[in-house]
Ligand binder design. Structure first.
Ligand code: PEP
Length: 255
Protein backbone atom coordinates (compact mmCIF):
# COMPACT_ATOMS: atom_id res chain seq x y z
CA UNK A 1 0.00 0.00 0.00
CA UNK A 2 1.37 3.39 -1.00
CA UNK A 3 0.68 6.10 1.56
CA UNK A 4 -0.79 9.15 -0.18
CA UNK A 5 0.94 12.52 0.18
CA UNK A 6 -0.43 16.02 -0.31
CA UNK A 7 2.41 18.53 -0.64
CA UNK A 8 2.20 22.32 -0.80
CA UNK A 9 4.86 24.26 -2.69
CA UNK A 10 4.70 27.87 -1.52
CA UNK A 11 7.30 29.00 -4.09
CA UNK A 12 8.65 32.53 -3.55
CA UNK A 13 5.63 33.79 -1.59
CA UNK A 14 4.91 35.01 1.97
CA UNK A 15 6.97 36.71 4.69
CA UNK A 16 7.84 34.81 7.85
CA UNK A 17 4.77 35.81 9.87
CA UNK A 18 2.42 35.07 6.94
CA UNK A 19 4.12 31.69 6.49
CA UNK A 20 3.76 30.76 10.16
CA UNK A 21 0.11 31.90 10.18
CA UNK A 22 -0.64 29.76 7.13
CA UNK A 23 1.19 26.80 8.66
CA UNK A 24 -0.82 27.24 11.89
CA UNK A 25 -4.12 27.36 10.00
CA UNK A 26 -3.24 24.17 8.12
CA UNK A 27 -2.10 22.44 11.31
CA UNK A 28 -5.26 23.45 13.18
CA UNK A 29 -7.53 22.34 10.36
CA UNK A 30 -6.07 18.84 9.99
CA UNK A 31 -8.30 15.91 10.72
CA UNK A 32 -6.54 14.14 13.62
CA UNK A 33 -7.49 10.81 12.03
CA UNK A 34 -5.75 11.65 8.75
CA UNK A 35 -3.80 8.65 7.53
CA UNK A 36 -1.81 10.19 4.70
CA UNK A 37 1.15 12.54 4.67
CA UNK A 38 0.96 16.32 4.47
CA UNK A 39 4.01 18.38 3.56
CA UNK A 40 4.72 22.08 3.12
CA UNK A 41 7.64 23.70 1.34
CA UNK A 42 8.19 27.34 2.37
CA UNK A 43 10.96 29.63 1.14
CA UNK A 44 14.35 29.18 2.82
CA UNK A 45 13.89 32.29 4.98
CA UNK A 46 10.59 30.99 6.34
CA UNK A 47 11.73 27.47 7.17
CA UNK A 48 12.49 28.35 10.79
CA UNK A 49 9.18 30.09 11.56
CA UNK A 50 7.23 27.29 9.87
CA UNK A 51 9.27 24.60 11.62
CA UNK A 52 8.39 26.09 15.04
CA UNK A 53 4.72 26.23 14.11
CA UNK A 54 4.44 22.62 12.92
CA UNK A 55 6.91 20.97 15.29
CA UNK A 56 4.13 19.36 17.36
CA UNK A 57 2.18 18.22 14.30
CA UNK A 58 2.55 15.43 11.72
CA UNK A 59 3.16 17.97 8.92
CA UNK A 60 6.43 17.36 7.08
CA UNK A 61 8.80 20.21 6.21
CA UNK A 62 10.48 20.56 2.85
CA UNK A 63 12.82 22.95 1.08
CA UNK A 64 12.20 23.86 -2.56
CA UNK A 65 15.76 23.48 -3.82
CA UNK A 66 19.33 22.90 -2.64
CA UNK A 67 22.95 22.84 -3.80
CA UNK A 68 24.58 19.46 -4.45
CA UNK A 69 27.68 20.51 -2.52
CA UNK A 70 27.80 20.05 1.25
CA UNK A 71 29.81 23.19 2.06
CA UNK A 72 32.31 25.61 0.62
CA UNK A 73 32.61 28.64 -1.61
CA UNK A 74 29.18 28.57 -3.28
CA UNK A 75 27.87 32.05 -2.59
CA UNK A 76 24.10 32.24 -2.41
CA UNK A 77 23.54 28.48 -2.22
CA UNK A 78 22.09 26.31 0.57
CA UNK A 79 23.51 22.89 1.37
CA UNK A 80 21.72 19.66 2.31
CA UNK A 81 23.51 19.74 5.66
CA UNK A 82 22.07 23.20 6.36
CA UNK A 83 18.59 22.08 5.35
CA UNK A 84 18.77 19.02 7.57
CA UNK A 85 20.01 21.18 10.44
CA UNK A 86 17.10 23.59 9.85
CA UNK A 87 14.67 20.69 10.36
CA UNK A 88 13.76 19.78 6.79
CA UNK A 89 12.53 16.26 6.10
CA UNK A 90 12.34 16.66 2.32
CA UNK A 91 13.67 18.76 -0.54
CA UNK A 92 11.97 19.34 -3.90
CA UNK A 93 14.40 18.69 -6.76
CA UNK A 94 13.84 19.32 -10.46
CA UNK A 95 10.77 21.54 -10.32
CA UNK A 96 10.09 22.76 -13.86
CA UNK A 97 10.76 26.34 -12.77
CA UNK A 98 14.28 25.24 -11.72
CA UNK A 99 14.76 23.32 -14.96
CA UNK A 100 13.49 26.12 -17.19
CA UNK A 101 14.31 29.46 -15.51
CA UNK A 102 17.54 28.33 -13.85
CA UNK A 103 18.65 25.89 -16.58
CA UNK A 104 19.10 22.92 -14.25
CA UNK A 105 20.07 19.88 -16.33
CA UNK A 106 19.31 16.23 -15.66
CA UNK A 107 22.98 15.83 -14.72
CA UNK A 108 22.87 18.61 -12.11
CA UNK A 109 19.58 17.28 -10.76
CA UNK A 110 21.09 13.82 -10.43
CA UNK A 111 23.91 15.28 -8.31
CA UNK A 112 21.35 17.05 -6.14
CA UNK A 113 19.23 13.90 -5.66
CA UNK A 114 22.29 11.87 -4.61
CA UNK A 115 23.55 14.58 -2.28
CA UNK A 116 20.14 15.00 -0.62
CA UNK A 117 19.83 11.25 0.02
CA UNK A 118 23.39 11.04 1.32
CA UNK A 119 22.46 13.70 3.85
CA UNK A 120 19.26 11.98 4.97
CA UNK A 121 16.88 14.30 3.17
CA UNK A 122 14.03 12.67 1.30
CA UNK A 123 13.36 13.92 -2.20
CA UNK A 124 10.34 15.00 -4.22
CA UNK A 125 11.72 14.61 -7.74
CA UNK A 126 9.73 16.51 -10.38
CA UNK A 127 9.39 15.63 -14.04
CA UNK A 128 7.08 16.78 -16.80
CA UNK A 129 6.71 17.76 -20.44
CA UNK A 130 6.01 21.16 -22.00
CA UNK A 131 2.96 21.82 -24.17
CA UNK A 132 5.11 21.72 -27.30
CA UNK A 133 6.55 18.36 -26.30
CA UNK A 134 3.06 16.98 -25.65
CA UNK A 135 1.76 18.28 -28.96
CA UNK A 136 4.70 16.65 -30.74
CA UNK A 137 3.95 13.29 -29.08
CA UNK A 138 7.20 13.47 -27.13
CA UNK A 139 5.72 13.27 -23.62
CA UNK A 140 6.90 9.75 -22.84
CA UNK A 141 10.33 10.30 -24.36
CA UNK A 142 10.79 13.43 -22.19
CA UNK A 143 9.63 11.63 -19.03
CA UNK A 144 11.96 8.74 -19.82
CA UNK A 145 14.96 11.04 -20.32
CA UNK A 146 14.24 12.98 -17.12
CA UNK A 147 13.83 9.79 -15.09
CA UNK A 148 16.93 8.10 -16.50
CA UNK A 149 19.04 11.23 -16.13
CA UNK A 150 17.82 12.49 -12.77
CA UNK A 151 17.72 9.06 -11.12
CA UNK A 152 20.90 7.70 -12.70
CA UNK A 153 22.69 5.21 -10.41
CA UNK A 154 19.97 5.40 -7.76
CA UNK A 155 19.43 2.08 -6.00
CA UNK A 156 16.14 0.40 -5.09
CA UNK A 157 16.91 1.21 -1.48
CA UNK A 158 17.46 4.87 -2.26
CA UNK A 159 14.29 5.03 -4.32
CA UNK A 160 12.31 4.30 -1.15
CA UNK A 161 13.25 7.84 -0.04
CA UNK A 162 12.16 9.44 -3.29
CA UNK A 163 8.67 10.56 -4.25
CA UNK A 164 8.18 11.32 -7.94
CA UNK A 165 5.98 14.25 -8.96
CA UNK A 166 4.60 14.23 -12.50
CA UNK A 167 3.93 17.86 -13.33
CA UNK A 168 3.09 18.67 -16.94
CA UNK A 169 4.61 22.12 -17.44
CA UNK A 170 1.55 23.32 -19.37
CA UNK A 171 -0.59 22.70 -16.30
CA UNK A 172 1.56 24.51 -13.72
CA UNK A 173 0.07 27.82 -12.60
CA UNK A 174 -2.07 27.98 -15.76
CA UNK A 175 -5.42 26.80 -14.42
CA UNK A 176 -5.28 23.97 -17.00
CA UNK A 177 -5.27 20.64 -15.20
CA UNK A 178 -4.44 17.41 -16.95
CA UNK A 179 -7.57 15.30 -17.12
CA UNK A 180 -7.55 12.49 -14.57
CA UNK A 181 -7.05 10.07 -17.49
CA UNK A 182 -4.10 12.04 -18.94
CA UNK A 183 -2.50 12.09 -15.50
CA UNK A 184 -3.20 8.39 -14.93
CA UNK A 185 -1.69 7.47 -18.32
CA UNK A 186 1.49 9.42 -17.56
CA UNK A 187 1.71 7.84 -14.10
CA UNK A 188 1.40 4.36 -15.61
CA UNK A 189 4.23 5.22 -17.98
CA UNK A 190 6.40 6.47 -15.11
CA UNK A 191 5.70 3.31 -13.13
CA UNK A 192 6.63 1.13 -16.12
CA UNK A 193 9.83 3.06 -16.62
CA UNK A 194 10.74 2.64 -12.95
CA UNK A 195 10.04 -1.07 -13.35
CA UNK A 196 12.44 -1.19 -16.29
CA UNK A 197 15.07 0.73 -14.31
CA UNK A 198 14.72 -0.81 -10.86
CA UNK A 199 12.32 -3.74 -10.97
CA UNK A 200 8.69 -4.53 -10.28
CA UNK A 201 8.74 -4.13 -6.53
CA UNK A 202 10.31 -0.67 -6.67
CA UNK A 203 7.82 0.34 -9.31
CA UNK A 204 4.83 -0.78 -7.25
CA UNK A 205 6.01 0.94 -4.10
CA UNK A 206 7.22 4.29 -5.48
CA UNK A 207 4.78 7.11 -4.84
CA UNK A 208 3.88 9.30 -7.82
CA UNK A 209 2.22 12.65 -7.15
CA UNK A 210 0.38 14.67 -9.76
CA UNK A 211 1.00 18.44 -9.93
CA UNK A 212 -0.42 21.18 -12.13
CA UNK A 213 -3.35 23.40 -11.14
CA UNK A 214 -4.59 20.98 -8.50
CA UNK A 215 -7.55 22.59 -6.78
CA UNK A 216 -10.22 21.88 -4.18
CA UNK A 217 -12.55 21.31 -7.15
CA UNK A 218 -10.49 18.68 -9.03
CA UNK A 219 -8.56 16.76 -6.35
CA UNK A 220 -11.30 14.18 -5.73
CA UNK A 221 -11.34 12.98 -9.34
CA UNK A 222 -7.55 12.95 -9.57
CA UNK A 223 -7.19 10.92 -6.39
CA UNK A 224 -9.66 8.35 -7.71
CA UNK A 225 -7.03 7.27 -10.27
CA UNK A 226 -5.22 4.11 -9.17
CA UNK A 227 -1.71 5.35 -9.96
CA UNK A 228 -2.05 8.86 -8.52
CA UNK A 229 -0.66 8.70 -5.00
CA UNK A 230 -1.08 12.33 -4.06
CA UNK A 231 -0.56 15.86 -5.27
CA UNK A 232 2.04 18.60 -5.41
CA UNK A 233 0.07 21.81 -5.08
CA UNK A 234 1.26 25.34 -5.85
CA UNK A 235 -1.23 28.25 -5.85
CA UNK A 236 -4.00 26.41 -4.01
CA UNK A 237 -1.66 25.59 -1.10
CA UNK A 238 -1.41 29.32 -0.24
CA UNK A 239 -5.06 29.44 0.88
CA UNK A 240 -5.60 27.50 4.10
CA UNK A 241 -9.26 26.62 3.50
CA UNK A 242 -8.66 25.47 -0.08
CA UNK A 243 -5.51 23.52 0.77
CA UNK A 244 -7.29 21.85 3.68
CA UNK A 245 -10.01 20.74 1.26
CA UNK A 246 -7.33 19.32 -1.04
CA UNK A 247 -5.72 17.54 1.92
CA UNK A 248 -9.06 16.05 2.96
CA UNK A 249 -9.93 14.82 -0.52
CA UNK A 250 -12.75 12.34 -1.05
CA UNK A 251 -11.87 10.17 -4.05
CA UNK A 252 -14.83 9.64 -6.35
CA UNK A 253 -15.26 6.58 -8.51
CA UNK A 254 -14.25 7.51 -12.04
CA UNK A 255 -16.87 7.09 -14.73
C1 PEP B 1 3.77 23.55 -8.51
O1 PEP B 1 4.24 24.57 -8.06
O2 PEP B 1 4.43 22.52 -8.47
C2 PEP B 1 2.43 23.59 -9.10
C3 PEP B 1 1.92 22.48 -9.58
O3 PEP B 1 1.79 24.80 -9.15
P1 PEP B 1 0.20 25.05 -9.39
O4 PEP B 1 -0.53 24.11 -8.46
O5 PEP B 1 -0.02 26.49 -9.00
O6 PEP B 1 -0.07 24.76 -10.81
Amino acid sequence: MRKPMIAGNWKMHLNSSEASQLAAAIKNGLDPQLKHEVLIAPSFTNIESVRKEISSSPILLSAQNMCWEEKGAFTGEISPIQLKDAGCDYVIIGHSERRKIFSESDEVLNKKVKSALKNALKVIFCIGETLEERENQRTYKVLQTQLNGGLKDISVNELSNIVIAYEPVWAIGTGKTATPQQAQDAHIFVRKEIERMLGAQASQSVRILYGGSVKAENIDELMAQPDIDGALVGGESLKADKFLRVIHYQPVLSK
